[in-house]
Design a protein around this ligand. Sequence first.
Ligand code: FES
Length: 233
Amino acid sequence: MKADDHTPPIEDQSSEKRPALTADHDMPGAYEGETVTRRRLFTRGALATGGIATAAIGLPSLGFALGPAFEQQEPTRWQDVGAVGDFNPETYLPAVITLVPDAGEAGKTTIYVRRRNVLIDTEPGDRWNQYVVLTSRCSHVGCPVRFAEASGSFICPCHGGVYDFRGIRTGGPPPRPLDRFFTRVRGGRLEVGPRYSVNDHLQRFSPRDPSEPLDGLGQYIYPRRPTTTPRPR
Ligand code: FES
């Protein structure tokens, strides 16, 4: 008897352990009973993760962009700041107005007021700028500026911003002149209306926030906000 006669036959079990590829399955590489291949599962998972990430970034941006369109426009308010005779074309006088009603002292701000001077104020005049009213809020990041009588300029203590007598930036980081306010006269009293912004040529724009330039491409990069008070008519 040969030793080989007691050796059990080696069974080929490969066909039982591994499920056979199905000829009629519509997914290439899928085994019988499988409804999705591993590659397809990972692909769908990656797409789902990408979709969630896109929504997480895109939806807040969309809300930020469209939200102001559904906010209410601020109403036009006029505030009495004194008799017209109180102001002259040579220098500014400070006055206090309310920017945010119902906010107490926090809603008030200082403005600088003078009468228009045709020798200095060369921008076109109309019924809204017979008095020049400048904000005290720096156009850089909003610190309060102070009028220096001796030099006839406005100084910002935060980062050294300097504006000339007309509120046009002459030094430091401010990106545009000081904002202005529409004015009108009623019964011998000077009234201050909505704020507006100006570029270096003192052309009017709807009010912008600090740090938003208006010269060159700035006026397009920082467009008008739909909620801003419309210019008076
Ligand atoms: Fe006025 Fe910066 S806030 S220069």
